[in-house]
Design a protein around this ligand. Structure first.
Ligand SMILES: [Ca+2]
Ligand SMILES: [Ca+2]
Length: 304
């Protein structure tokens, strides 16, 4: 039996010398765990080898697979960098015109343990959604997903996303609120009435328009493509010139989302007075106290 002269531990390819304490009669070694998570290793652990030498030059190596002490030589290293959850679209505060929206999301992790995809918590209006989420590999180890949200209600909606990495670090909650406004503008054309017949080529087109919800604004009212001035309460009144005969007046109200409501009016203009012809008296000389009998034609040119 000879003296033990040296012992070291080997971890991630590096040697760390152990020191002997005559008090405890044990060797001890301190090994920096390193920055990287062991999650990607087999069994999610880094192995340590122990080497010991006696004065005669014999070496013993204990591997991390040792039946008795292997449990003590496999080290789980946890990284501490939390992952990132991001909702790319819709953007915060956006106003959207459809009850159906694609929610684009992205997850990423730093620190080496990777994303625990089973831990994803995605909520629409505070209700967790677990179906319809298909995550794909993006660049740089990121995961991306587009969730097709349907039947969103008019008004404020929210979505949130959170994920945990494989070492238990929890991301901040990504939350986005947005407004859905599906209602088209209201448009009430009070003049002219439908199928108006007039002998004037000028007609006043008037009425009121309003945005379909408080989230949007009325941006434009056009009459046959020409913008009308919009007064208080969405009132408009413009005189337009018509053609002889049949006219179609198209009034369109548009909101800030581009939603439109259209009202059409049909107006017939007839400025031509009737024409009298073929006047014929039965007799141009008649007796007093008898009857003057005339026949004649009347034609309205616009009716031809
Ligand atoms: Ca991490
Ligand atoms: Ca006429």
């Amino acid at each position: 039996m000879s003296e033990i002269v040296r012992a070291y531990a080997k971890y991630k390819g590096q040697q760390y010398n152990a020191s002997y304490s005559s008090g405890t009669q044990k060797w001890s070694v301190d090994i920096p765990s390193g920055a990287e998570s062991s999650y990607s290793q087999s069994n999610h652990t880094y192995p340590i080898e122990l080497h010991a030498f006696d004065a005669a030059g014999n070496e013993t190596i204990m591997y991390a697979t040792d039946d008795t002490y292997g449990d003590q030589l496999n080290i789980r290293v946890l990284e501490k960098t939390k992952p990132t959850a991001t909702i790319i679209s819709p953007t915060q505060g956006s106003v959207l015109g459809s009850a159906t929206q694609d929610i684009k999301m992205e997850l990423s992790d730093a620190g080496g343990s990777g994303l625990n995809m089973a831990s994803v918590v995605f909520k629409v209006n505070n209700v967790q959604v677990s179906t319809g989420l298909t995550w794909s590999d993006g660049t740089g180890g990121k995961k991306t997903c587009t969730y097709h949200a349907t039947n969103l209600s008019d008004g404020s909606n929210s979505v949130s996303l959170q994920v945990t990495d494989n070492d238990g670090n929890v991301s901040d909650v990504a939350q986005v609120t947005f407004v859905i406004s599906t209602q088209a503008p209201t448009l009430n054309v009070t003049s002219p009435t439908e199928n108006l017949l007039t002998n004037s080529k000028n007609v006043t087109v008037s009425g009121t328009a309003a945005a379909g919800s408080e989230a949007v604004t009325l941006t434009e009212v056009t009459i046959n493509g020409e913008p009308a001035s919009i007064g208080e309460g969405g009132a408009f009144s413009e005189e337009i010139v018509l053609e002889e005969g049949e006219n179609t007046i198209t009034v369109i109200a548009k909101d800030s989302l581009g939603k439109t409501t259209t009202v059409t009016r049909h107006v017939t203009v007839d400025t031509k007075a009737p024409i009298i012809s073929d006047v014929e008296a039965e007799a141009t000389t008649v007796n007093a106290n008898s009857t003057i009998h005339l026949t004649f034609k009347v034609v309205d040119p616009a009716d031809e």
